[in-house]
Design a protein around this ligand. Structure first.
Ligand code: NDP
Length: 309
C-alpha cells in the first residue's frame, strides 16, 4: 500500500506525464484506488495487534476459564498459569456433596504454587445475572481481563425420541447459552480496551455427530456459529475469537461416564490411535490466547488425533 502514497503526480518511467495518460498505466489504477486504500489503512491502523514479545507475551495478563476445576478446564487453568497468566475460574455443583468445591480448591492450590493470582467461585453459566456478577468481581479483584475460555460443558445423552425437555434445555443452556452469557458480559470490557482473546471449547461432535448426541451436537455446533459471529462483531475491536474441537479426551467425566466399547472405537477412529489428554487441548487453547495467534480469528482447530479424517 505504501507505494501509492505521494507518487500520484510522478511518471514512474521518468517520461512525459501527458503521454502516460493516453494508455492507462497500472499506476493510474493505483491512484484511482487511493481513497479506498486510505480508508483501509485507517481500519488496519485501528486494529493493530499487540507487538510480539516472544516468551513473555502472556505474563501478567488475566484470564477467566469457565468450568476450570476439573478435566480439560483444569489443564487450561494450569497451562495459562505456567505462562504467567493470573486466572479466575468458576464451577457449578449440581449436588450438595461439596466435591466440586474440594476439586476447585485443589486446582487453586496448584495455581498458587505457580506464583500467579487465582480466584475461584461457584457460578452457574446458565444464569446471566450470576455471570455478570462473576465478571465484575474478577475485574475488581484482578484489575483487568484479557482472556476468556468458555470450557464449561455437560452431556446428557439419549436417543433423540427419548430426550426429555429437561435434558435438551440443560445441555443447550449450559454449553451454548452459557458461552453466550460469558461473551456478552466480557465484550464491553474487551471493546473498551481494544484487546481480548476468546476461545470456546466445542467438540468434534459439533462437526460430526454420533447416535444419542442430538442435544450435545446441537449445542457444540451452535458454539461454532457463536464463535464466527463473535469473531465478526468483535474483530474490529481487536478481539480474536476461536474455537477448539476436541475429540475423545481422557478426563474423569469421559472415562467414568462413557462405555469402554465406545472408547475403544474412538481410539481406533483417531488415526493417531489414542485418546487425547487434557494437556493436548490446553496447549492449543493457550496458543490461541497468545499473540502468536494474533492473526487467527473465527476458526475452529480440531484437537482430535485425526478423528474427523
Ligand atoms: P468436566 O466435567 O471435567 O468439566 C466440565 C466443567 O464444567 C466441570 O468443572 C463442570 O462442573 C463445569 N460445569 C458444568 N456445568 C456448569 C455450569 N452450569 N456452570 C458452570 N460450570 C459448569 O468435563 P471435561 O473436562 O471432559 O469437559 C470440558 C469441556 O470439553 C466441555 O465443554 C466438554 O463438552 C468439552 N469436550 C470434552 C471432551 C472429552 O472427551 N472429555 C471432548 C470434546 C469436548 P461440575 O462438574 O460441577 O458440573
Amino acid at each position: 500500500m505504501q507505494h501509492s502514497r505521494g507518487s500520484s503526480s510522478r511518471d514512474p518511467e521518468g517520461g512525459d506525464p501527458a503521454a502516460a495518460s493516453s494508455t492507462p498505466s497500472p499506476l493510474q489504477e493505483i491512484v484511482i484506488a487511493d481513497p479506498v486504500e486510505m480508508l483501509l489503512e485507517e481500519v488496519v491502523e485501528e486494529t493493530q495487534p499487540q507487538g510480539l514479545m516472544y516468551g513473555s507475551s502472556m505474563r501478567g495478563r488475566v484470564a477467566i476459564v469457565t468450568g476450570g476445576a476439573t478435566g480439560i478446564g483444569r489443564a487450561i487453568v494450569l497451562e495459562l498459569a505456567r505462562h504467567g497468566v493470573h486466572v479466575a475460574f468458576n464451577y457449578f455443583s449440581y449436588d450438595e456433596s461439596g466435591e466440586m468445591r474440594a476439586e476447585a480448591e485443589r486446582t487453586a492450590r496448584e495455581v498458587a504454587q505457580l506464583e500467579v493470582r487465582c480466584h475461584h467461585c461457584e457460578c452457574d453459566v446458565r444464569d446471566s445475572e450470576a455471570v455478570g456478577r462473576f465478571v465484575d468481581d474478577v475485574l475488581e479483584r484482578m484489575g483487568g481481563l484479557h482472556i476468556l475460555v468458555n470450557n464449561a460443558g455437560i452431556g446428557r445423552d439419549g436417543a433423540l425420541w427419548r430426550l426429555s425437555d429437561e435434558k435438551w434445555r440443560t445441555v443447550l443452556d449450559t454449553n451454548l447459552t452459557g458461552a453466550f452469557h460469558m461473551i456478552r458480559a466480557v465484550a464491553p470490557h474487551f471493546r473498551r480496551h481494544h484487546d481480548g482473546k476468546i476461545v470456546n471449547v466445542s467438540s468434534v461432535h459439533g462437526i460430526r455427530s454420533e447416535f444419542g448426541l442430538a442435544n450435545y451436537s446441537a449445542s457444540k455446533a451452535g458454539v461454532l456459529g457463536l464463535t464466527r459471529s463473535a469473531a465478526l462483531e468483535l474483530g474490529p475491536s481487536n478481539v480474536n475469537v476461536n474455537a477448539v474441537a476436541p475429540g475423545y479426551i481422557r478426563t474423569t467425566r469421559l472415562t467414568s461416564g462413557v462405555p469402554a466399547e465406545i472408547l475403544d472405537n474412538a481410539r481406533e477412529r483417531a488415526v493417531l490411535g489414542r485418546l487425547g489428554d487434557p494437556q493436548d487441548v490446553a496447549n492449543v487453547v493457550v496458543f490461541l490466547c497468545s499473540e502468536l495467534a494474533r492473526h487467527i480469528t473465527g476458526t475452529v482447530i480440531p484437537v482430535d488425533g485425526g478423528h474427523l479424517l
